[in-house]
Design a protein around this ligand. Structure first.
Ligand code: ZN
Ligand code: FE
Ligand code: FE
Ligand code: ZN
Length: 271
């Protein structure tokens, strides 16, 4: 049995994912997951990144889609959201996140200013970018995300490596530390996100080096596939579990109604 939870799953409402939620659940059952949490991209009434998210009026449809699965026991289905931190959006999120009853809220940074750093259509910007400066700015925004206290989990923490533009490890270690300090202070959890393995980065987000610094700060972890298709559910969780254990983690976090509980990592590898 897999005995892990996949806490990062999208639906077709975001316009760039496909497949019915039932198919995702079926895939999760086949993978032996204990829980799955749907975390589609949150609406942004100000029009931010409108091409990649549900509109606010579609939110009730999202709620119903997930509620329709609530009787599933294998895996259990949780209700969450992937919310973007960007400046200056925390006005809407501050009120809206509180007014909903999520099991967990992922916090993500996809944009630096007007540039979507993980959009292949914006790759030309990476080609001309001052790569270390971009990474530094990105982790500053992550620090601000943590300071808002609006989110439970920080998603794909070293997302700037997606297209394999990355500075030296020693530089990354230095610039990530202030962000990790803030994540620790906020009591946030870091996601081991396997989507990076499907990208030119060819690696889980975040790296072992960053996870070591997180463990030093007693930051806890959870797992996510960032599924945008049913077959992504539980993707490469064997590798993610091995990475977590290599770094020295003994536990993972499970969520319910935005409350954290620590559970031991599965003792054996995944079948
Ligand atoms: Zn997406
Ligand atoms: Fe994301
Ligand atoms: Fe996602
Ligand atoms: Zn994502």
């Amino acid at each position: 049995m897999n005995k892990l939870s996949d806490y990062h799953i999208h639906t077709r409402l975001c316009r760039h994912a496909e497949g019915e939620p039932r198919k995702y659940v079926k895939a999760g059952r086949a993978a032996g997951l204990e829980e799955m949490c749907f975390t589609d991209h949150a609406p942004a009434p100000d029009g931010y990144d409108a091409a990649n998210r549900m509109l606010l009026f579609q939110y009730p449809e999202y709620l119903q889609m997930v509620a329709a699965l609530s009787r599933e026991v294998s895996p259990r289905i949780l209700f969450g959201i992937e919310a973007d931190y960007y400046e200056p959006n925390d006005g809407f999120l501050k009120k809206w996140l509180k007014s909903q009853s999520f099991d967990l809220v992922l916090g993500s940074v996809h944009y630096i200013g007007n540039w979507c750093i993980d959009d292949p259509e914006h790759l030309v910007v990476w080609k001309q970018a001052d790569v270390p400066a971009v990474w530094k700015k990105y982790f500053e925004v992550i620090g601000k995300l943590a300071d808002t206290r609006l989110f439970d989990v920080v998603s794909h923490l070293d997302l700037p490596k997606k297209f394999a533009y990355r500075p030296r490890d020693a530089f990354i270690k230095e610039i990530v530390k202030p962000a990790l300090d803030k994540i620790a202070k906020a009591g946030m959890v870091i996601e081991l996100n396997t989507a990076g393995l499907r990208r030119p980065a060819k690696a889980i987000y975040p790296s072992a080096e960053i996870l070591e610094l997180a463990l030093e700060r007693e930051i806890q972890i959870c797992f996510g596939s960032d599924a945008h298709r049913p077959q992504h559910v539980g993707f490469a969780f064997d590798k993610a579990l091995a990475l977590a254990k290599d770094v020295g983690f003994k536990h993972r976090v499970i969520f319910s109604q935005r409350r954290k509980t620590l559970v031991p990592l599965p003792w054996e590898g995944l079948a």
